[in-house]
Design a binder for this molecule. Structure first.
Ligand SMILES: Nc1ncnc2c1ncn2[C@@H]1O[C@H](COP(=O)(O)OP(=O)(O)OP(=O)(O)O)[C@@H](O)[C@H]1O
Ligand SMILES: [Mg+2]
Length: 264
């Protein structure tokens, strides 16, 4: 289980997380949605120790992440695959080299095993035959799939997806959504998916949580979120800024400073 309990995180004067609590139970797929700049990526980075909270608790399988030693953190990152927002592939390396790098760095895999894992991961994301291509030779959707292949090469128990469908056309988005479901069904992974694409969120998740003002404003099944009467949630899912402004008492939508500091 992934647990974030009462997380607080600021960068200088900017408050980003302000009491965020979210649990992702074994086998669940949870979507974390919210406006651009709400702090979704910041929240995700805490789970693998890329960021440290100012206050609050982050646990994976009951282990307190911020207090892990470096070797234990590396071990954690084998269990928690991270699909980065912009794929984060190295341009000077082929797809296969990008996938191999993490496996080599972590150690413990033979050359044959590495090759086998690369082939298996690329096949799972339907990128077989692209081993020798460079990231620049891939489309946006293929790049995202390569990022996913790299994350599953370790055989993770958890997958964290940061905007897996942003910038993709609707058909490619559906392909990625299906892949996320396939990872759940075939690999049995527990997933936390950051997205602002509500169609994706409805399609892939058991539960949806909306991050707003540094904490989870509402959490529920896709149906509960779809039918939410909270003006901010309703405004977000229906793409109606006037509802959001009304629901937040005339505040700006996109700023992520505390409400008290962002009156228009
Ligand atoms: N390392 C950092 N140092 C300073 N500020 C940061 C850092 N990382 C994030 N921020 C700030 O935290 C806020 C939240 O950023 P974050 O990337 O989590 O947003 P997001 O919800 O993922 O948005 P998007 O949907 O656009 O990806 C932003 O204002 C950003 O500038
Ligand atoms: Mg982000």
């Amino acid at each position: 289980m992934i647990e974030m309990i009462d997380l607080h995180k600021s960068f200088g004067p900017k408050v980003v997380l302000n009491g965020l609590s979210l649990r992702v139970g074994e086998g669940d797929t949870v979507a974390l949605v919210g406006f651009s700049g709400a702090g979704k990526s910041v929240a995700l980075k805490h789970i693998v120790g890329l960021l440290q909270p100012d206050m609050g608790t982050v646990r994976v399988d009951g282990t307190d992440v911020p207090s892990l030693s470096r070797p234990d953190l590396y071990e954690l990152r084998r269990r928690v695959g991270y699909v980065f927002q912009f794929a984060a592939l190295f341009d000077s390396m082929t797809v296969a080299e990008n996938l191999a790098m993490g496996l080599i760095k972590h150690g413990g895999f033979s050359k044959d095993e590495i090759e086998e894992r690369i082939a298996d991961s690329l096949e799972r994301v339907e990128l077989e035959g692209y081993e020798e291509n460079f990231p620049a030779e891939l489309s946006g959707g293929q790049r995202k799939r390569a990022g996913l292949a790299r994350a599953i090469a370790f055989g993770p128990k958890y997958l964290l997806y940061d905007e897996p469908t942003s910038g993709l056309d609707p058909v490619t988005t559906t392909v990625i959504d299906r892949l996320i479901l396939k990872m759940r069904d075939e690999l049995g992974v527990t997933s936390l998916v950051i997205t602002h694409d509500m169609d994706s969120a409805y399609c892939i998740s058991d539960r949806i949580a909306m991050l707003y003002d540094g904490r989870v404003l509402q959490e529920g099944t896709p149906e509960e979120i779809r039918r939410s009467q909270h003006p901010v949630v309703k405004g977000f899912v229906e793409g109606r800024p006037e509802l959001v402004e009304e629901g937040s008492g005339g505040m700006r939508i996109f700023a992520n400073t505390p409400a008290s500091r962002r009156r228009i």
